[in-house]
Design a binder for this molecule. Structure first.
Ligand code: KE4
Length: 442
């Protein structure tokens, strides 16, 4: 008899801090026991009791083609059959660099690393070396991984746990991090006016996905570019989540922007561990061994991860993006229609295949707006959808993701489950524990 998630979690908590290897998986923001998944295929996940879900987390973004996409699996199998890692240069890393440079015009050179955190840490180190300055500006609610300097009013799991500035981050590390408000250029100007000559970088999620989904207001990104140019500050777009998702060239293609450095990850690994930092040649060439800025990684450019990423990028053609956009539009129309029919003022925000239902009656333009959400209502909504076979991010401060594998029938089922779940929340009922469902097919 397979162990239940409850039994596995009980055991895991004695062996792994919090029972999980990444905090946001622990369901602390929504209550209940985290679900232990065993298999994914296309738009679906199955848990350890063989319950099937339509998955809108997609491993937090990488799986834009869906789980176990055949060309990706074949690429992994072929690469692994030749060995899992050589610790040497390989032609695949060159192919990945070319693939990124071809899709992201602002990237002239690229360094592969093993996570988004490594990418953002490296980008800031490069900016500090290039400018010989110490301070960085980040935005409240944006999450750039768990590097010390970023865990200051961070989003994603940090916001979920209510520890936006983590213990263990020294006052010195935090002191170099200046916090601004997303979509408020004046909050940036206050810092550049005061410390302009000592600010190395402005790092931003061009579309915030770690406080729920918050699009940039018109003019905000161009204003950031202008401020950075005026003060010789390196503008870093953290596109770990938005890269290759919002468009082939990411958010910077969508909003016609040209940052100095870009951080990437998720999709370029096809679900395997990877990250990348890329950008202007004059900055990137500071990286060892070309330059003095040290950065390294045993498994950087790992051949299996690179093979998975290349297969993913290759499969991401124009028609695939168009299909995903069609589905995302259908979902948005259905969810908005449900809110209207039920007379609910909650806010649905979306950019391409990243979306979020905010349990607040005001448009969410920054982290303070997001923090006004009724997170308890989100928790009830999450469980009501789970009961109906829909797996959403277990936190109000996350984005949900569509993939090329989500079918029209999946979208219709989600809209129907959303309608019932909104009623559950509006009536303040508590969702019953997930029921065992028959296989949905697919
Ligand atoms: P990783 O170190 O987790 O690979 O990437 C960090 C990171 C950097 N920048 C952005 C914009 C990101 O969204 C992330 C990681 N995203 C979260 C989900 N919101 C990862 C999920 C988790 O922490 O378990």
């Amino acid at each position: 008899m397979a162990e239940t998630s409850e039994q596995l979690f009980e055991r895991a908590k004695g062996l792994i801090p919090g029972g999980v290897n990444s905090p946001v998986r622990a369901f602390q923001a929504v209550g209940g026991v985290p679900i232990f998944m065993t298999r994914g295929r296309g738009a679906y996940l199955w848990d350890c009791q063989s319950r099937q879900y339509i998955d809108y987390v997609g491993s937090w973004g990488p799986l834009i083609l869906g789980h176990a996409h055949p060309p990706v699996i074949e690429a992994i199998q072929a690469a692994a059959a030749c060995g899992t890692s050589f610790g040497t240069a390989t032609a695949g890393e060159l192919a990945m660099a070319e693939a990124i440079i071809e899709r992201v015009p602002s990237v002239e050179m690229v360094r592969l690393v093993n996570s988004g955190t490594e990418a953002t840490m490296t980008a800031v180190r490069l900016a500090r070396a290039f400018t010989r300055r110490a301070r960085i500006v980040k935005f409240a609610g944006c999450y750039h991984g768990h590097g010390d300097g970023f865990l200051v009013q961070a989003g994603s799991g940090a916001a979920t746990l209510g520890v936006p500035t983590s213990p263990g981050v020294t006052a010195a590390a935090a002191a170099d991090t200046l916090i601004a408000r997303f979509n408020d250029i004046q909050s940036v100007r206050q810092w550049t006016d005061r410390y302009g000559q000592d600010i190395a970088a402005i790092i931003v999620e061009p579309v915030v996905g770690n406080a729920g989904v918050i699009p940039p207001t018109a003019g905000f990104l161009p204003e950031l570019r202008r401020l950075a140019d005026d003060r010789g500050i390196v503008l870093i777009f953290d596109e770990v989540m938005t890269g290759f998702r919002l468009a082939p060239g990411g958010a910077q293609e969508l909003y016609n922007m040209r940052p100095d450095l870009t951080t990437l990850g998720k999709i370029i690994g096809g679900g395997m561990p990877i990250g990348a930092v890329g950008g202007r040649r004059d900055i990137m060439n500071l990286l060892a061994p070309a330059g003095p800025v040290y950065q390294a990684g045993t498994l950087s450019g790992n051949p299996v991860a690179v093979a998975a990423g290349l297969a993913s990028l290759e499969a991401l053609t124009g028609p695939v993006y168009e299909q995903i956009e069609t589905r995302a539009g259908q979902l948005e129309a259905g969810l908005r229609d449900n809110l209207k029919k039920l007379g609910l003022a909650w806010q649905y925000q979306r950019v391409a295949s990243m979306g979020c239902l905010f349990f607040t009656d005001k448009c969410v333009r920054d982290f303070d707006d997001a923090l006004r959400c009724d997170t308890a209502a989100y928790g009830r909504y999450f469980h009501a959808m789970l009961e109906r076979g829909i797996y959403l991010p277990p936190s109000q401060f996350e984005a949900f993701f569509l993939s090329a594998a989500h079918s029209e029938a999946d979208i219709e089922r989600t809209i129907a489950a959303n309608y019932e779940s909104l009623q559950v929340v509006a009536r303040r009922e508590v969702a019953k524990p997930p029921i065992v469902r028959r296989e949905l097919g697919g």
